[in-house]
Design a protein around this ligand. Structure first.
Ligand code: GLN
Length: 303
């Protein structure tokens, strides 16, 4: 019997990267390395050092990597293939049926954490609600950073809710984290007026928008993306529920499409209850590509 033919890892990565680039994948080299580390059961830095050492891999390893690269070339999201994604400082399990968390949503975590820390400094345990939670990304990242935060994560979609439950279990943050299979526009009546921070990445893509990346268009659940004609359909219900949940002075942090940097703040500023403005300190924030990305507002009124 002839020995297993082996191929240099560098050559496999070069060829994989070429296949991915031909398929229109935007970060071919990165994805090739990520798939190789996944297939070889090693972290990225180990793969890098093997490359530097000119290591070869066996035929079975080569075909495992090639099979994963084929799937990625079919534009299946990298995160579905590897089954997880990094978000803020946590790892989340993801796959078919749940929206893959995006780096821009990490900005909402940062903003919410500033608020959460100020509540901790004041000697209280922050109560945080994450609406349209999906995999649980935003809320769980907050609960991971703040060990006294009480988190209530809400997700309506059956499949997404299963991913949320898996992540709650995997991160093992204890009884202070609860998942609810409920509608974000009416969820948690028992917390009326008791919440410090509401975070939300709702479905907000307007009906006339085109989702260009096949990864999002074909693999993110439509329910996590589309928000009606102006993209604000779900957000209108979220606004009303957040107004009910938050105590006076409580903070709303909500992501939006880059075309909603004026319409969403306006929606909040035009919300009235008993002739009083519902929201104060309405501010829009940009993402790292300088596009309007999320709105922050405080619940008006005094405790
Ligand atoms: N940012 C996502 C996208 O552009 C949309 C997310 C959402 O609707 N919440 O694909």
């Amino acid at each position: 019997m002839s020995p297993d033919p082996s191929t240099s890892l560098a050559e496999v990565l070069r060829a994989s990267s070429e296949v991915l680039s031909q398929a229109g994948v935007s970060s071919p080299r990165h994805d090739a390395e990520a798939l190789a580390s996944y297939a070889l059961g090693a972290d990225r830095s180990a793969v890098r050092s093997w490359l530097a050492l000119g290591v070869s891999i066996n035929a079975e390893q080569v075909s495992h990597i090639q099979a994963l690269v084929e799937r990625r070339a079919g534009r299946e999201p990298l995160q579905h293939i590897t089954g997880s994604t990094g978000f803020a400082r946590i790892d989340l399990l993801v796959g078919p049926g749940v929206f893959v968390p995006r780096p821009e949503s990490e900005l909402l975590v940062e903003r919410a954490l500033v608020e959460v820390q100020s509540i901790v400094i004041a000697g209280q345990a922050p109560v945080v609600v994450d609406l349209c939670s999906g995999s649980g990304a935003i809320g769980l990242a907050i609960a991971h950073e703040c060990s006294t935060a009480q988190l209530h994560s809400v997700e309506l979609d059956d499949d997404a809710f299963l991913w949320l439950q898996r992540n709650v279990e995997a991160l093992n943050l204890g009884a202070r984290v609860q998942a609810y299979h409920e509608d974000a526009t009416s969820a948690l009546p028992e917390l009326t007026g008791r919440v410090d921070v509401v975070v939300c990445n709702p479905p907000y893509v307007p009906l006339d928008a085109t989702i260009r990346d096949p990864e999002a268009a074909r693999f993110d659940p439509p329910m996590a993306l589309w928000g009606g004609i102006d993209g604000l359909d779900v957000i209108r219900g979220i606004e009303a529920n957040a107004a009910r949940l938050l105590q006076p002075g409580g903070l709303l942090v909500i992501e939006h499409a880059d075309v909603q940097g004026e319409t969403l703040p306006l929606l909040l500023m035009s919300s009235y209850h008993d002739n009083q403005r519902v929201w104060t300190d309405v501010m829009d924030q940009r993402d790292l590509t300088d596009r309007p990305r999320f709105t922050v507002a405080r619940r008006a009124g005094t405790a």
